[in-house]
Design a protein around this ligand. Structure first.
Ligand SMILES: [Zn+2]
Ligand SMILES: [Zn+2]
Length: 414
């Protein structure tokens, strides 16, 4: 996607000044390997992404950084034989370190971050970020927070409620950023996984700028159910509350949460389902994170945008059209003075209490067909964002009826 240079007619979202010409970079922030519960060696995973046009990938295993000596036993790890064969085929006999344990079982050493990143990364062409999926819980609810580009391992911080656990883990990432001076950021993973995180848990978090509006794992309920809002609607509930209350905007990312590389089907957590496109001045951690914190990116499950232009008056997109594919863009927003009525839903046993919010939150303000949709602000919107649906099915969908989409970050209407 490096080839999509922009002819920007209007000032683009969040950009100012005159550095190098920004380019779109494609990346996945949420990836598992044999360092935790993924079923492939890190170098093989990274090469897979690189070969498919990704510009950057974060390796984000659960509660571990690849910094220690670790050997895995081929016969006991998932897809061990096949993954070792792929590893040898790609990287060769000399690179792949093997030994036999005391019982004669074949073991392979997992390369450390510096080793595997050094083998696959290439300056300006492919960036590998160190990350951790801080995997915590409150009671039975799984609470996961990704920390991207961190330096030191962050153990799960615990806490006294769902929101408190999230906040403590977010705070730990931000504290490490201050202490080290290295740009890094937390993002809240898959809120609907285990129905663990509600809009109320997210809406007052301090210092949190990102959450997963799309996660490609089959078990995360992006679409919600009769008792729980979709992650898309949850985003609007959180935005309406935060922007009315003077809190920071929250941006939506799409990620793979990839675990399974040996077999590709709807029941597995496969790569290449959801990603972000970041418009950054360089393919470096600093530039990518700076652009993301300015909202200069979008989330995608297949729809590609060549331009996102926001002025004081309008939000306009250009979609990279594919032959035979049609596009419908919904401009979604919440107007100032929206109905704050909240209905409490019956609490199913063991699940968090959920609320039904007024449909004045996250209204579809306009629906526009075609490759060049735009929306003129009326001036009473708190924010406007855009959701593009194509008529094309994803290559490897999780659910029947899915279509390729893109999510444009909310623009604050002054
Ligand atoms: Zn997770
Ligand atoms: Zn994960």
């Amino acid at each position: 996607m490096r080839g999509l240079r922009l002819a920007v007619a209007m000032l683009s979202v969040g950009l100012a000044g005159c550095g190098p010409t920004p380019q779109w970079y494609k990346g996945n922030l949420h990836t598992h390997s044999y360092w935790s519960d993924g079923d492939q060696f890190p170098e093989v995973i990274l090469q897979w992404y690189r070969d498919r046009g990704y510009d950057f990938v974060s390796m984000s295993d659960h509660n571990v950084l690849a910094t220690t000596e670790r050997w895995v036993t081929v016969g006991t790890i998932p897809s061990g034989e096949g993954s070792l064969a792929a590893y040898l085929a790609l990287f060769g006999e000399e690179w792949v370190e093997r030994r036999q344990d005391e019982g004669g079982l074949l073991q392979v050493r997992l390369k450390r971050f510096g080793e595997y990143a050094g083998r696959v990364a290439e300056p300006g062409r492919f960036l590998v970020l160190q990350a951790e999926e801080i995997s915590d819980r409150f009671e039975s609810r799984p609470l996961h927070v990704n920390a991207t580009n961190l330096v030191e391992l962050i153990p799960p911080q615990g806490g006294t409620s769902v929101a408190d656990v999230l906040q403590r883990n977010i705070d730990a990432v931000l504290a490490q950023r201050r202490a080290t001076g290295q740009p890094m950021f937390p993002h809240v993973n898959h809120p609907n996984f285990g129905w663990a995180v509600t809009a109320e848990d997210l809406m007052d978090l301090q210092g949190e700028r990102f959450f997963e509006v799309y996660n490609g794992h089959p078990l995360v309920h992006n679409a919600g159910d009769s008792l729980h809002p979709s992650t898309d609607r949850l985003w609007d509930i959180v935005l309406a509350h935060r922007l009315t209350g003077g809190l920071d905007v929250m941006y939506g990312v799409a990620t793979d949460d990839a675990h399974n590389y040996a077999q590709m089907d709807s029941t597995r957590a496969n790569p290449a389902r959801g990603w972000i496109m970041v418009r950054a001045e360089a393919l470096t951690p600093d530039a990518i994170i700076t652009a993301m914190e300015a909202g200069d990116f979008y989330a995608s499950t297949g729809v590609i945008l060549t331009e996102i232009a926001a002025s004081g008056e309008r939000l306009a997109l250009r979609i990279a059209e594919e032959p035979g594919v049609t596009y419908v863009t919904e401009f979604v927003g919440t107007r100032r003075g929206y109905d704050r009525g909240i209905e409490e839903l019956p609490d199913a046993a063991g699940l968090p209490v959920t609320h039904r919010y007024s449909l004045e939150i996250g209204t579809v303000l306009a629906e526009v067909s075609g490759p060049n949709p735009e929306y003129a602000f009326t001036g009473d919107e708190l924010y406007v964002r855009a959701r593009v649906r194509s008529s094309r099915r994803p290559d490897n969908p999780v659910h029947a009826g899915e279509v390729q989409m893109a999510w444009v970050q909310p623009v604050l209407v002054r």
